[in-house]
Design a binder for this molecule. Structure first.
Ligand code: BGC
Length: 317
């Protein structure tokens, strides 16, 4: 059978990435650009349209050989009317992105929440392939989620639901960008980890995390995770605390959905086995709920960096 091709775009807070993806999940040539924080939401979309026009011209894509463009966006997405209703991390509001992009590129455009795109990708091509009930959690700037129950993506009314990043772990806890406080995201996102890393570093000038920061040039999850792997006790405290909150959120998800598998994706999932072993240990201590219930396997994403792009393109397959 002839492979079909669509472009998948993954919109993030700091950069926008895209690629042509085949109906077999292969990622072809990639494009990416940094988001200029000075630009407003419309200007960013016009820049994306220009990038796509350049990309399709260079690679010879046209209406005959490209099914369309799928776009994954963080936030509340009206998939029926093609609008970003509100994006708490991008600070976008009522943006008719589908209409803008269809007029600007001439291709059909479909949109979806970023984490739900990642979930479709892992479901079709990755760690969720063999499972009819699974949950994917993205650990990045925010905490996103996608829930597959009985092979169907749970979306809620107009696609606005299934936002597990905003279930509450702690009353009157850390502030969240959604306006509440104590959300799962306020403890399990990369933003939360960076906040706690900074706090710990400021209290302990002798922590190895300072050396890691100098080496990497910017604060990221790697600073705490790598220092913790080398035994720095302050970094270990940050990482253990992070893993405890993450595991507590996952235990709630086990109790609510009892999936066969929970897949962790996004930047922090790159910490791999080091992260996984701590999270699983905590979950096992509390037995994923009650004795006798089927155990939930926790896995790292198989598609890694490309998950969002593949899932957005998969809206056409
Ligand atoms: C947003 C979600 C998004 C997630 C990951 C959360 O803060 O509310 O819609 O999927 O971040 O980007």
């Amino acid at each position: 059978m002839k492979k079909e091709i669509a472009i998948g775009v993954d919109i993030g807070g700091t950069s926008i990435k895209g690629a042509a993806v085949t109906s077999e999940g292969e990622v072809l040539d990639v494009f990416a650009f940094d988001v200029d924080k000075e630009k407003n939401q419309e200007e960013i979309i016009y820049q994306l349209i220009d990038e796509i026009k350049k990309y399709t011209a260079i690679h010879g894509y046209n209406k005959e050989n490209l099914l369309g463009i799928g776009v994954g966006i963080p936030g509340t997405i009206d998939t029926v009317n093609g609008e970003v209703i509100y994006s708490n991390n991008l600070r976008w509001n009522h943006l008719p992105i589908r209409k803008m992009m269809e007029e600007g590129t001439g291709f059909e455009v479909r949109i979806i929440n970023d984490a739900k795109a990642a979930t479709l990708a892992e479901n079709k091509f990755g760690a969720g392939k063999k499972h009819k009930d699974f949950v994917l959690i993205t650990l990045g700037t925010g905490v996103g989620s996608g829930i597959i129950t009985n092979n169907k993506l749970l979306t809620g009314n107009k696609g606005y639901g299934a936002e597990l990043g905003h279930i509450m772990l702690r009353l009157d806890g850390e502030p969240c960008t959604c306006g509440r406080s104590g959300c799962f995201e306020a403890y399990a996102s990369a933003t939360a980890l960076n906040r706690d890393t900074k706090r710990m570093m400021n209290q302990h000038q002798d922590s190895l995390m300072w050396k890691k920061l100098e080496e990497y040039g910017c604060l990221s999850a790697k600073v705490a995770f790598d220092a913790a792997k080398e035994g720095d006790k302050y970094a270990l405290e940050v990482v253990d605390n992070y893993c405890m909150y993450l595991a507590e959120g996952l235990l709630d998800i086990c109790n609510a959905f009892r999936p066969e598998v929970i897949v962790l994706s996004g930047g922090i999932a790159k910490a791999g086995d080091f992260l996984l072993s701590k999270v699983v240990k905590h979950c096992e201590k509390y037995h994923y709920g009650y004795d006798g219930l089927p155990k939930v396997e926790i896995k790292i994403s198989e598609l890694g960096y490309d998950t969002g792009k593949i899932g957005a393109a998969a809206l056409f397959f």
